[in-house]
Design a protein around this ligand. Structure first.
Ligand code: HEM
Length: 449
């Protein structure tokens, strides 16, 4: 059986029908030709957008001339109540300054320091899941909990059971439920005069989440001033000065950044891990190989990561088939000519990891699950040019290295203790919400090994 892929829509549909499909799910609203096209244009009365699906074009937008293709304002509209002026939304000088302060906290060397907190979170996940052994369980819930725990432990040295952490987590789920239009608001640039109402519930939730985070950040600021702060990501970020200006984040700016670490860091990892576990249930021979490899976890040091090679390949393959961020949008700030087409100023440029990762003219057997592909010529070539689960260029995900430790670690830890089994008739179908999720959740039977 092949990993589930959403059905494509017919090639030609009316604008009205397209918008309706789009509203339900961006992935199945697209025609199958996008898995073969190098570039595609969507023309509607309101907007024009261009999907860049050729490695060279993606490179131009993300790596060669990123300043000419800033983040689209539309994305910012949907997320501002929660994320304010966070690094995920800003552009230009503000963004550059923020990255200069944040990046050092995520450098390779720091990952080793973060590792014990990640390991503790993965052990806590095993302990929680023991209570559900033998049962059919919704796995996205399990991985969300684990990924949120990782964020709180690495950022603030507190577990998810901490009162404030638990409240952020619960409120955040409510926020997501209130925000079903995010899809639409983010990707369909309706004219600016159309009022963009954030519902009351969304605003209340965002305000509450920000209050809670403000509390954590203010407490931390006090500990830093006292000289008694733990050496975690929050302390590192709050004490790092911009090498160019000497500025540090004040509490407000830090709240914006923490909000994005929480959102970008837990939603994405949770989605990736849930799909990986489903793939393990679908391919039990891979699951057994990983469980065998996971015995290496007797070594509790960071060095163990170099022994979890299969786990890494599997996680990487899951990120190819189910990239948590399925599409990204940029804006052309000057007129362009791409593949002999005029792209006007202000056009939306869509980059789609979802389509690029399954491109039929680039990948061998694009829809098949094959973690050994990363050892082949085609796999290596595509990894360099057609694989962007974390985006690429200067705006690449800050947490990419972090996620590539966290993901394989939690995966191996879970497979060491449990077997995950497919439930007949309940295979998940991917849909794009904020991240790629399963339409009705991912249900698996959890069996203790
Ligand atoms: C499997 C896990 C993850 C995936 C697939 C992922 C993917 C991405 C992608 C595709 C972007 C670029 C979005 C865009 O340009 O529109 C991004 C940005 C970002 N991610 Fe991640 N991410 C993951 C985990 C994390 C973690 C663990 C953190 C932090 C702890 C994090 C923090 C960020 C931040 C701060 C940005 C904004 C960077 C900027 O715009 O300069 N991510 N991520």
């Amino acid at each position: 059986m092949r990993p589930p892929k959403p059905p494509s829509r017919p090639d030609k549909v009316s604008l009205w029908r397209y918008l309706k499909l789009f509203r339900q799910d961006i992935l199945s609203a697209q025609p199958a030709r996008l898995y073969r096209a190098w570039m595609a244009e969507f023309r509607t009365p309101f907007f024009r957008s261009y999907l860049m699906n050729q490695p060279e074009l993606v490179e131009t937008v993300l790596k060669t001339r990123p300043d000419d293709f800033p983040k689209s304002d539309r994305i910012r509209e949907g997320l501002r109540p929660l994320l304010g002026e966070s690094v995920f939304l800003t552009n230009g000088e503000t963004w550059k300054r923020q990255r200069r302060i944040i990046d050092p906290a995520f450098e390779g060397g720091r990952l080793k320091d973060t590792f014990p907190a990640m390991r503790a979170a993965s052990e806590a996940c095993v302990a929680r899941l023991r209570g559900q052994a033998g049962q059919v369980t919704e796995i996205e819930e399990v991985t969300s909990h684990a990924a949120a725990d990782v964020i709180f432990r690495t950022l603030f040295s507190i577990p998810i059971e901490h009162e404030v952490a638990a409240r952020v987590f619960t409120r955040f789920r409510a926020y997501q439920r209130e925000q079903p239009l995010l899809n639409l608001a983010a990707f369909i640039p309706v004219p600016r005069w159309v009022p963009r109402l954030h519902s009351r519930g969304t605003k209340d939730n965002a305000a509450e989440i920000r209050d809670l985070i403000r509390q954590l950040t203010a407490e931390r600021m006090a500990l830093i001033e006292d000289g008694t702060a733990p050496d975690d990501l929050a302390t590192k970020i709050m004490t790092t000065a911009d090498p160019q200006t000497g500025d540090r984040f004040d509490t407000d700016e830090m709240v914006d950044q923490v909000a994005i670490f929480f959102l970008a860091g837990h939603e994405t990892s949770a989605s990736a891990l849930a799909w990986t576990l489903y793939l393990m249930a679908l391919y039990p021979e891979w699951q057994d190989r990983l469980a065998e490899e996971a015995k290496a976890l007797d070594d509790s040091s960071f060095a163990v990561m170099s022994k979890l090679r299969l786990s890494r390949d599997v996680f990487r393959e899951a990120l190819r088939l189910y990239p948590p961020v399925p599409m990204m949008v940029r804006e052309a700030t000057c007129p362009e000519r791409f593949r002999d087409r005029e792209v006007p100023r202000g056009a939306q440029i869509v980059l789609s990891p979802w389509h690029l990762h399954r491109h039929e003219r680039l990948w061998e057997r694009p829809d098949e699950f094959d973690p050994s592909r990363w050892q082949t010529e085609n796999g290596k070539q595509c990894q360099r040019t057609a694989y962007i689960p974390f985006s690429a260029g200067p705006r690449v995900c800050t947490g990419a290295g972090f996620a590539m430790v966290e993901g394989p670690l939690i995966l191996s830890m879970l497979l060491r203790h449990f077997r995950f089994e497919r439930v007949e008739g309940r295979d998940p179908m991917p849909v794009a919400h904020l991240t790629v999720r399963a339409r009705d959740g991912i249900w698996l039977r959890v069996v203790e090994r």
